[in-house]
Design a protein around this ligand. Structure first.
Ligand SMILES: *Cc1c(COP(=O)(O)O)cnc(C)c1O
Length: 488
């Protein structure tokens, strides 16, 4: 299996899975995709119905990571997807299932199903991929006898998922910037209570944008970056996308009894990473009917799928909402889908995303003067979309609590709200649950008047001792801190 860049030119033309594992963007600024999607046969799907999550992950991974010995890949999958790691399942759900399904509505033949992806260590779906990445990185670095210093900025979710995936891993250190005193008490406690010596929490006296500017400034110093082996774990990483492909297979197999059946998925979306994995599963031959993109008030993606206009938002136009992990102004994985939508024409992809930089977007609506008319083809890929607001979230959280007796988080509420607009007879609709409610308790309190239940072990997390340092938003001081703590 070879990988190409969506803006393929010269050296980025052909790489292996291991080549691209530790990196982000291709050298030409594009994103990596397999030269061709591997196909899954009906016989394979039948055989996969019996498998544990870890064994299913191995079967899917081995189609993409053909340069890693199968025995190693199987061991990595088995180490990653254990009931111990995904232990935060609700009462009545099995941790052994890793991503347990729960039928919410089964009226007539209209079925609404929740697939829990948020039972890992940080209670959000990012653990599904990040946990695998931690093990893959450790494996790859040991083989090359190298070390990696992950440097990133977080407003909450991604940073904690990365830290819990990388803690204690040989050859890896994590330097994570967060805005001092700006995260929720729960998020702060989750990150800062880690005592592992390879985790460095840096609280920056500033806001999230200051943290991101510091990451950019340090990363733009190529000499420093090379000398101190600085890397990232952002959502465009290809291995993260592949790890997410697995649970679409799992959801399909758990919701059906034969391959003649179809299912649809609704995905609470921000950077288009999660649903991009669903698109890839569908391209591999998984019988998915619809892929429904659910957004919050930040509706860049809903606008595109309705109109064909992709218009990235400015910072001032990006709303802070009660489903904050979907507060994005541009969808960093979207280019992967656009590449497929324009028939793998990398010249076009390059031109369209150059236009994003210069004009703030592109237009595939087919209107006079537009950049193309491909929006008419999104249906061939199963795509639909919808939007949900703060009031919708409150109403949906209440409705789900009243009718099904469970508390869902704000992002999942956006998913359920939009999924209900696309329910169809005979096609189960699976909504991906992307976080547990305990992470977003303020809104739960607002909706229900009671606190969200905390999984065992999280009860007193705010009282645990915290390990972090505070630094001013100063590039030189940041570099000095990293240089001193990388051991290089
Ligand atoms: C990251 C995140 C999302 C958005 O996922 P994308 O892959 O960026 O589309 C949705 N919900 C939660 C809880 C998240 O943490």
């Amino acid at each position: 299996m070879r990988y190409v860049s969506t803006r393929a030119t010269g050296a980025s033309q052909s790489a292996t899975f291991s080549d691209i594992l530790l990196g982000g963007l291709a050298p030409d600024g594009g994103l990596y995709l397999p030269a061709e999607y591997p196909r899954v046969t009906g016989a394979e799907l039948d055989a996969w119905r019996q498998l544990s999550y870890a064994d299913l992950a191995f079967e899917v991974l081995k189609k993409f990571a053909t340069d890693i010995p199968e025995a190693d890949l199987k061991a990595l999958a088995e180490k990653t997807y254990t009931a111990q790691v995904y232990r935060n399942a609700r009462a009545g759900e099995s941790a052994e299932e890793i991503t347990p399904l729960r039928v919410l509505e089964d009226e007539g033949r209209r079925k609404l199903v929740l697939q829990a992806l948020s039972n890992g260590p940080t209670l959000a779906f990012k653990d599904m991929a990040m946990q695998l990445l931690g093990n893959l990185f450790e494996y790859a670095l040991a083989k090359k006898d190298q070390q990696l210093n992950i440097f990133g900025a977080t407003s909450g979710d991604t940073g904690s998922a990365a830290e819990y995936a990388m803690r204690g891993k040989k050859g890896i250190r994590v330097f994570m910037l967060s805005p001092h005193k700006k995260m929720s008490a729960f998020q702060t406690a989750q990150m800062f209570s880690l005592q592992d010596p390879n985790i460095f929490n840096i609280a920056v006296e500033g806001v999230f944008d200051d943290c991101q500017d510091l990451v950019k400034a340090v990363s733009n110093d190529l000499e420093f970056k090379a000398r101190y082996k600085i890397g990232t774990v952002n959502s465009i990483n290809w291995a993260r996308v592949v790890a997410q492909v697995v649970y679409y297979f799992r959801g399909y197999l758990a919701a059906t009894s034969s391959n003649d059946q179809k299912v649809s998925f609704t995905v609470p979306s921000g950077n288009f990473g999660n649903i991009c994995a669903g698109h890839i599963a569908r391209q591999m031959g998984l019988p998915i009917d619809k892929l429904v993109v659910a957004t919050n008030e930040n509706d860049v993606l809903d606008e595109f799928f309705r109109t064909g206009v992709y218009r990235v938002r400015k910072s001032a136009e990006t709303f802070h909402t009660s489903s904050p992990s979907m507060d994005i102004s541009k969808a960093s994985n979207f280019e992967r889908f656009i590449y497929d939508l324009v028939g793998g024409d990398s010249e076009r992809v390059r031109a369209l995303f150059a236009k994003v930089e210069t004009d703030g977007g592109f237009d595939l609506s087919g209107a006079p003067g537009s950049d193309g008319d491909e929006v008419k083809r999104v249906g061939e890929y199963g795509f639909k979309s919808g939007k949900s607001t703060h009031d919708d979230r409150l109403a949906t959280i209440r409705d789900v609590a009243d009718n099904y007796g469970i508390t869902i988080d704000t992002h999942t509420a956006d998913g359920i709200k939009v999924a209900r607009e696309y329910l169809e007879e005979g096609v189960p609709m699976i909504v991906l649950e992307t976080a547990l409610a305990a992470k977003f308790n303020e809104t739960i309190l607002e909706a229900l008047g009671t606190d969200a239940e905390r999984p065992a072990g999280f009860e007193n997390i705010e009282a645990l001792p915290q390990r972090f340092i505070v630094l001013p938003p100063d590039v030189a001081k940041m570099k000095a801190y990293i240089a001193e703590h990388t051991g290089l």
